[in-house]
Design a protein around this ligand. Structure first.
Ligand SMILES: Cc1cc2nc3c(=O)[nH]c(=O)nc-3n(C[C@H](O)[C@H](O)[C@H](O)COP(=O)(O)OP(=O)(O)OC[C@H]3O[C@@H](n4cnc5c(N)ncnc54)[C@H](O)[C@@H]3O)c2cc1C
Length: 395
């Protein structure tokens, strides 16, 4: 048997939103590039992007995280036109319902620091007193609340529509789509030279980008790189309430990290991370009792009308958690030339795909980055210099 080998300028391992957005930005910057996306499951059944909640927020503490979301909002304004292919305009169905964070005494300092950064950068985020929150949203029971931060431009959209928008556009611009699993990064004298697929086929390229999401560490390990990215299961439960809400409520974040998203009318979804959430790439089972036993009581304590509700379903997906500091890992791995990382978003990566796609493109092409994201450089891991959002918390 003869196994074939093909050459590219850039190989993107993983065709989720990161891979597809980066392919788009690469070809936008230089249409002559020979770019390929390699994806082990073109149905995206387990990919995090379609299993995400599709939320974007300006409410971060690190200025670069805020700036990435600001750029994302800019992109969304013309996304349908920019991604149009043969007259097909992908609709991200962006619902700017606002995000409301309930702040308790413990989270007050970090929230105020974040708010100051956001306002300094011109973000539409405001502080609400408990009375103001209560007046706007009488259904909440604001126990232990010292205030709220409300970002009216934050919102939720269809992550699949964004992924497919980038994918179709990148393909229309010339990106190759290769169905296959990368089983080995190929290296020579401290440089990446390509990848090997499960089929045995090899693809060569001077640049390989790790866009493998929750599988990022598994991929890096094939070149002996120990990347701090863990696949962690996150369950989301969908339910209906007996009350039909006329106006869409903001996404509500509670101090514990529990959040509830109003989809409109009587439709909601809720989720929360726990310290003992399983590390897995195999367990995608959603359990109704996860919500009933661990989430419902806390939810009712803040929203008493939720004491009666009908669970209609749910799903589980993978967070790509960076246990080192909970932030993205972006850039060339210092010990392997040509191997670029777009990993470790720890649950807030979907909204960063636009800024990351543009940034990694600029790094690969040797251009000055429009938005300097070097704070998230992989070098910080080797230097043991974590960058936390606030209070050393991973959110
Ligand atoms: C329940 C849930 C809710 C979330 N909510 C939000 C949110 O509201 N807002 C937000 O910003 N983020 C959210 N996220 C996080 C967000 O989904 C991710 O940060 C983002 O989708 C990461 O995109 P990606 O392209 O890196 O990963 P993925 O979408 O997982 O794509 C990676 C792809 O790589 C492929 N792959 C992996 N290894 C290989 C290999 N060896 N060879 C070939 N292909 C390979 C996989 O099949 C996969 O398709 C959420 C995540 C979950 C699970």
């Amino acid at each position: 048997m003869t196994l074939s080998s093909s050459s590219y300028d850039v190989l993107l391992v993983g065709g989720g939103v990161m891979g597809c957005a980066t392919a788009y930005y690469l070809l936008k910057a230089d249409p002559r590039l020979n770019v390929a996306l390699i994806e082990m499951d073109a149905t995206f059944a387990r990919a995090s992007t379609p299993l995400s909640d599709g939320n974007t927020r300006l409410q971060f503490n690190i200025p670069e995280n805020i700036a990435m979301s600001q750029y994302g909002l800019e992109v969304l304004q013309t996304f349908a036109d920019d991604m149009a292919v043969d007259g097909d305009r992908p609709d991200p169905a962006f619902r700017q319902q606002g995000n409301l964070f309930i702040i308790d005494e413990d989270s007050r300092e970090g929230a105020l620091e974040g708010l100051a950064q956001q306002q300094r950068l011109g973000c539409a985020v405001e502080w609400l007193t408990p009375e103001q929150v209560q007046e706007k949203y009488p259904i909440y029971n604001l126990k232990d609340c010292v205030g709220g931060t409300f970002g009216r431009l934050d919102g939720t959209m269809s992550p699949l529509a964004v992924l497919l928008g980038y994918k179709k556009k990148a393909q229309a611009m010339g990106a190759h789509w290769i169905d296959g699993k990368v089983t080995q990064l190929l290296t020579e004298a401290g440089r990446v030279t390509g990848v090997q697929l499960a089929s045995g086929e090899t693809l060569t390229a001077p640049v390989v980008v790790n866009t493998a999401g929750a599988w990022a560490a598994e991929l890096a390990r094939t070149a002996g790189i120990d990347l701090p990215v863990l696949p962690i299961k996150r369950q989301v439960t969908v339910f209906e309430t007996p009350v039909h809400f006329e106006h869409v409520l903001p996404l509500l974040f509670l101090p514990s990290g529990l959040y509830v998203i109003h989809e409109g009318g009587k439709h909601f979804m809720a989720a929360r991370s726990f310290d003992d959430d399983p590390i897995t790439t195999e367990d995608f089972e959603w359990h109704r009792h996860h919500f009933e036993d661990l989430i419902w009581e806390e939810l009712v304590s803040y929203i008493p009308v939720f004491d009666r509700l009908k669970i209609t379903g749910g799903w589980a997906g993978l967070y790509e958690v960076n246990p080192f500091d909970g932030n993205a890992i972006l850039g060339e791995w210092p010990e392997l030339k040509g191997f670029y990382l777009e990993n470790g978003y720890s649950g807030h990566g979907f909204q960063q795909c636009h800024a990351v796609g543009r940034y990694i493109t600029e790094l690969i092409l040797g251009q000055t980055p429009t938005l300097d994201l070097s704070i998230f450089s992989p070098q910080r891991i080797l230097d043991n210099q974590p960058v936390f959002e606030n209070k050393r918390k991973i959110i």
